[in-house]
Ligand binder design. Structure first.
Ligand code: ADP
Length: 258
């Protein structure tokens, strides 16, 4: 979706964000936020100016994933994105008390998200990656309608249950005319760190087969790897280091950017 040159001026005068990519999943806990953060890092590593917006209002994980501490600041009544790992980032988790549940209804959640886009000093961005809340309810629909992303990436595990929900997420984007760029299969295969044997804990190639069946591109598979969880919990996105772990994120990022 980033067909324009890196660092080019925004397409519309007055708009500082050239493109918006939504990362969504039908189900929670499939690794959507981890994929969103590592895609953002990988695309930034290709020389693009990238922002990451955590719109997962009820379970913000971007502060943990990027190691963002403290509160997001306001200047002249505008939100100031934080900076980490070559990205700009804003999360509701840096605006609310982490120990208190956010109990907003749908319209408030959708309006918080649009404010985090329109009322924030992102500067000029080639791409804003938005980590949407899991599921396909009204909130997600309103969000997708309001922000009009250029494209959406759907994250699923190979497991049937997660796939059924991924199908719903795909049909949700179709309803609001947002192009689904493809499906990412996360936690695809577990490679034993001791013996090297590969185990398909959530089933083999489910997301890949599903993508082919419903006619959306398959963007790639990310293995279930303890070091992905460890680096993520430590606030170091695994895609920041060049390693066997970061390779799938970088390959998926290249497909998304095209
Ligand atoms: P979601 O956004 O779908 O709720 P998260 O991105 O928060 O899911 O991931 C849920 C948990 O799974 C986190 O602890 C994360 O570190 C871990 N995780 C995500 N992807 C992987 C992976 N490929 N291998 C190992 N752990 C993963």
């Amino acid at each position: 979706i980033l067909t324009a040159e890196r660092g080019a001026a925004p397409a519309e005068p007055g708009k500082s964000i050239r493109h918006i990519l939504a990362v969504a999943s039908g189900k929670g806990g499939v690794g959507k936020s981890t994929v969103a953060a590592n895609l953002a890092v990988s695309i930034a590593a290709q020389g693009y100016r990238v922002g990451l917006l955590d719109a997962d209002i009820y379970g913000p994980s971007v502060p943990t994933l990027l190691g963002l501490e403290g509160r997001a600041m306001l200047e002249n009544n505008r939100l100031q994105p934080m900076e980490a790992h070559g990205l700009k980032a804003l999360s509701i988790g840096n605006m609310t008390d982490p120990d208190k549940a956010v109990v907003w209804r749908g319209p408030m959640a959708a309006s918080a998200m649009t404010q985090m886009i329109d009322n924030a000093d992102w500067g000029e961005l080639d791409l804003l990656v938005i980590d949407l809340p899991p599921g396909t309810g009204d909130i997600q629909l309103t969000m997708a309608q309001k922000i009009k992303p250029d494209g959406a990436v759907i994250v699923s595990t190979p497991q049937d249950l997660a796939l059924i929900d991924a199908r719903k997420a795909i049909s949700m984007f179709a309803q609001v005319d947002v192009q689904v760029l493809g499906l990412v299969e996360n936690m695809s295969v577990f490679v034993c760190p001791h013996c090297g044997e590969a185990s398909h804990i959530f089933g083999a190639h489910g997301a890949e087969e599903e993508a082919a069946r419903i006619g959306v591109p398959f963007l790639g598979a990310i293995p279930l790897h303890a070091s992905i969880r460890e680096a993520s919990d430590a606030g170091r996105p695994p895609a920041t280091a060049i390693s066997e772990i970061s390779a799938p994120y970088r390959e998926i990022a290249t497909r998304v950017v095209q």
